[in-house]
Design a protein around this ligand. Structure first.
Ligand code: PLP
Length: 419
């Protein structure tokens, strides 16, 4: 069969011969059409925190498909979306929240950006229209998301399409400024009259290469935004639901963000569903009862999709019942200990860790070997997706000790073989 797929994030030359054909998943494994199994070390684009084919999520999806597969949420509601909105509000530091539901992470980000801008319009400050992010931050591939997050390596063709009036510099701690926040403070102070919101990936810029920064920075950012009348959007699409050792990465900073974007782990990768969870102090300004109509004229066909919500409710039940977040935090410490010996390898530039994210950054001169290492690992049954010269482990949080140790060992051996 010819390959007619326009593959995402896939080099053109690699597409000529087609790709391994994954036909099923079970636990932490994906199986190809030859029944060869691969450890899904990237949790299928960081989503499948519970691995594949968890019987309880599968059952919830099957059951819901037979009851109500779709019903719009414009002027209608249904039990699953009501329950899920209540549930995600309850996961936040303060539960007075309403949620906009969407399908992908970038749709939740689009909603957050538009809510922030319209909020200032609603309250009579229509000049506050900028939503800025951190240099090399990533919030998805829609144009609005590219306006706030922009990774040079991916988004160059759109440089002139989206404007970037300002950026928060990636924090570099110094002796006088231990969190590296001061340059960001200067940007916010300078542009506060224009700023509707700031959006950041909390603690780790994933797509930019797992670049990590401190919870202290996030605390200062939250304070500075509040002092300057700038909304804070925390994009938990990649880090949420236990990846960093707490339920949300922003929990490490003890902050209460104005808007929180959720995706991926919300359904543990079982259905495309995302959410933008909004404080009621913002939500309450979207009224049509004042002088102007402040209704939020924004929505997606699949907003609050009943099967998606069923999957999310089941995943949230499992996170709670199985203590997934706590277990992930314990595994993270073990992963770190098993990975530390790699720091001794000559070709390793540095190791970085944050919860269940383990990063091996190789020296720039290994660039020509990265593809070979990746292919060899694949041959051995490990699905890694390096970013630049960096390999990372971001496995399902349910991975066992032996499986994780095996993956770390395979990575170390293969790096040693090639470098
Ligand atoms: N935000 C962050 C932090 C992400 O890492 C991603 C995707 O990797 C997105 C948003 C976009 O999510 P989606 O690919 O579901 O649109």
């Amino acid at each position: 069969m010819t390959n007619k797929i326009f593959h995402p994030y896939t080099s053109f030359s690699a597409s000529e011969n087609g790709f391994p054909n994954m036909v099923r998943g079970e636990g932490i494994y994906l199986f190809d059409d030859q029944d060869k199994r691969y450890v899904d070390i990237v949790s299928s684009w960081w989503a499948c925190a519970l691995g594949h084919s968890h019987p309880k999520v599968v059952e919830a999806i099957q059951k819901q498909a037979g009851i109500l597969q779709h019903s719009i949420t414009g002027s209608l509601t249904h039990p699953n979306v009501l329950a899920l909105a209540e549930r995600v509000a309850g996961l936040m530091p303060t539960p007075d929240r309403h949620s906009v539901f969407a399908s992908d992470g970038c749709s939740a980000v689009e909603a957050a950006i538009k809510i922030a801008i319209q909020y200032w319009y609603n309250v009579g400050q229509p000049d506050k229209t900028w939503v800025i992010g951190m240099d090399q931050g990533y919030h998805g591939d829609s144009l609005g998301a590219l306006g706030a997050g922009f990774v040079d390596g991916f988004h160059k063709p759109f440089e002139r399409t989206v404007s970037h009036p300002a950026k928060l510099p990636f924090p570099i701690p110094t002796e006088d400024d231990p969190t590296g926040f001061e340059p960001s403070r200067a940007v916010i102070n300078q542009h506060k009259d224009k700023l509707a919101a700031v959006i950041v990936e909390p603690l780790c810029l994933g797509s930019a290469g797992m670049k990590m920064y401190s919870a202290g920075y996030l605390q200062q950012l939250a304070d500075c935004c509040a002092e300057n009348e700038v909304l804070l959007i925390i994009d938990e699409v990649a880090m949420g639901f236990g990846r960093t050792g707490k339920r949300f990465a922003f929990n490490h900073a003890g902050i209460d963000p104005d808007l929180v974007c959720l995706g991926k782990g919300l359904t543990a990768g079982y259905m495309p569903l995302s959410a933008c969870v909004v404080k009621d102090s913002i939500y309450n300004t979207f009224s049509d009862e004042g002088e102007k109509d402040c209704t939020f004229y924004h929505g997606n066909t699949y907003a609050g999709h009943p099967i998606g919500c069923a999957a999310a409710l089941a995943a949230l039940d499992i996170y709670e019942a199985e203590g997934t977040v706590e277990r992930g935090a314990e595994m993270a410490e073990k992963m770190k200990q098993w990975m530390l010996p790699m720091a001794e390898l000559e070709c390793v530039e540095e190791l970085r860790f944050l919860g269940m994210i383990g990063v091996v950054e190789l020296k720039p001169e290994t660039k020509s070997k990265i593809l070979k290492i990746k292919e060899s690992l694949f041959e051995q049954g490990y699905l890694f997706r390096p970013l630049g010269t960096m390999f990372y482990l971001m496995p399902p949080l349910v991975i066992s000790d032996d499986e994780l140790k095996g993956a770390v060992y395979a990575l170390q051996q293969t790096i040693e073989d090639f470098c």
